[in-house]
Every structure is written in C-alpha cells, then in structure tokens.
Design a protein around this ligand. Structure first.
Ligand code: F6R
Length: 243
C-alpha cells in the first residue's frame, strides 16, 4: 500500500523522513538501512546528523546498504556514491564503516560484483527501511524504464535523461559514467518499509503515475505498488498532479 504525504518544502521532506528513520534506528537492536544518493536525501542525512549531534541517535549498531554505484569510478573519486555517502553521512556519525556497504563500481569482474553484492543484501535477515529518490523518468535505484527490469543487482545502462540530469554534479555531461551497478526491483522490495522522497516539478509526472492502480516497466517505481508499506513524501511541486 502506498501512503502519500505532501509537505510544504524540501526541508520538511528531510525532517519527516528523518523522524521515520530515527524511530527505526531506535527500536531495532541491529538496524539495517537501505540508502540512496543524489540531491533528494541530503536533507534527510543532515537531519539524522543533527539528531546524532544532539545525542538523540546512536549509529554504532547500524548497518547500511546502498542502492547503486557508477561503473568505473574508484571509491575515492569525489563523484562516486561511496564518496558521497562518506561526505554526507558516514563521516559525521558514529557508524562503523565496516558495516556500510555499496556495490564496487570499479570491480574488475562486474558480474561477479553484482552477485557478491546481492549476497550481501541477502545476508541481512531484514532490511528495516529502504530510502529512495526517483528519476523524472520513474527510475528507482538505476532501474531505468525498459521493456524488462532486473530483479536482482545488475549492471545497467543509464538513459540519456539520467545522464543529463546527473551531469549537474560533473564538470560536463561527457564525464558522467554511462553504466551503473544497481540493486534490482526485487532487491529493493525486500525491505520491510520503503520511504520514497521527491521534490520539484520535474518529478510530478512520475509521482502522478504512482497514484494510479497500474504497474508498468515504463515507470519502474510503479512496482513499489506491490509492497505493503510504502511512504511517499513529496513537496507541493512534485505533488502537482496528485488529486
Ligand atoms: C541514487 C539513485 C537515483 C536517485 C534519482 C533521483 O542513489 O538511486 O535513483 O534517487 O536519480 O536523484 P536526485 O535526488 O538527485 O533527483
């Protein structure tokens, strides 16, 4: 079931999501968080850091698994998602870095790496929550619209619109990797709870589709409708077409 929550601003998305994640961290003895990168979850992470600094949150028993990583970027590359996570969360809280997992996009054998990563996901009895952003084309993780979607962690080709959207983080679009390694749809649906956040008008069409009673590989996020506990937190612009 999908539960929609419309808030006034980007900041409020982060505050609300951080309350939900903080509750999960507090009530589980070994919390496992599925995390995302991109601009959307930065507000969530800064609110979690704030709660940690106020001594209201302890990350010492937290494990994390990330959705995806660019192929070809070493982890010390500032554009890599590993680097992003260190900068925006891991280095700012008392998490044990050994308990943080991302696919390795610089692995020599990427197919083996995808299998290794899926095994890591399966090694957790529960992933208590999966954080998601959404592409304006409806992608989640890097599961792009196509006639088929991957169930499990796979190597994927990024669509032109994703390369264009992500080029804002690079010097120019020719530097954006063309491939990524991403959790599949079933890997994502394994989580007990899913929190998808979106802000801005560019996401409004994709969010509108999530409110109808259809699923389509053209909107990969629509597969979230098969999950029993999905929370979508959006600002007014992203909610523009919701009735
Ligand atoms: C990031 C990810 C992507 C982003 C999506 C939205 O780990 O998996 O699906 O969530 O591309 O990106 P932003 O938040 O930058 O609009």
């Amino acid at each position: 079931m999908i539960n929609f929550k419309i808030v006034d601003s980007y900041d409020e998305i982060g505050v609300l999501a951080s309350k939900m994640v903080a509750e999960i961290i507090s009530k589980n003895s070994n919390p496992v968080l599925g995390l995302a990168t991109g601009s959307t979850p930065i507000g969530l992470y800064s609110n979690l850091i704030k709660l940690y600094n106020e001594k209201k949150l302890d990350f010492s028993k937290v494990s994390t698994v990330n959705l995806d990583e660019y192929v070809g970027l070493e982890e010390d590359n500032p554009q890599s998602y590993k680097y992003f996570m260190n900068e925006n969360l891991f280095s700012k809280v008392n998490i044990d870095i050994k308990n943080t997992f991302l696919p390795n996009g610089a692995a020599e054998n990427l197919l083996e790496e995808a299998k290794r990563y899926e095994n890591i996901l399966e090694s957790f009895e529960n992933i208590h929550v999966q954080i998601l952003g959404i592409g304006s084309n409806g992608h989640i993780g890097f599961n792009e619209p196509f006639n088929e979607l991957n169930l499990y962690t796979s190597i994927v080709d990024l669509k032109k619109e994703t390369i264009d959207a992500n080029s804002r983080f690079f010097e120019d679009s020719s530097m954006v990797p063309r491939k990524a390694i991403s959790m599949g749809i079933k890997s994502i649906l394994r989580a007990d709870k899913i929190i998808l956040m979106a802000y801005g008008e560019s996401k409004a069409k994709a969010i509108e589709y999530l409110a109808n009673d259809k699923i389509s590989t053209d909107v990969p996020a629509s597969f979230l409708k098969l999950h029993k506990d999905v929370h979508i937190i959006v600002d007014k612009e992203a909610a523009k077409y919701l009735k």
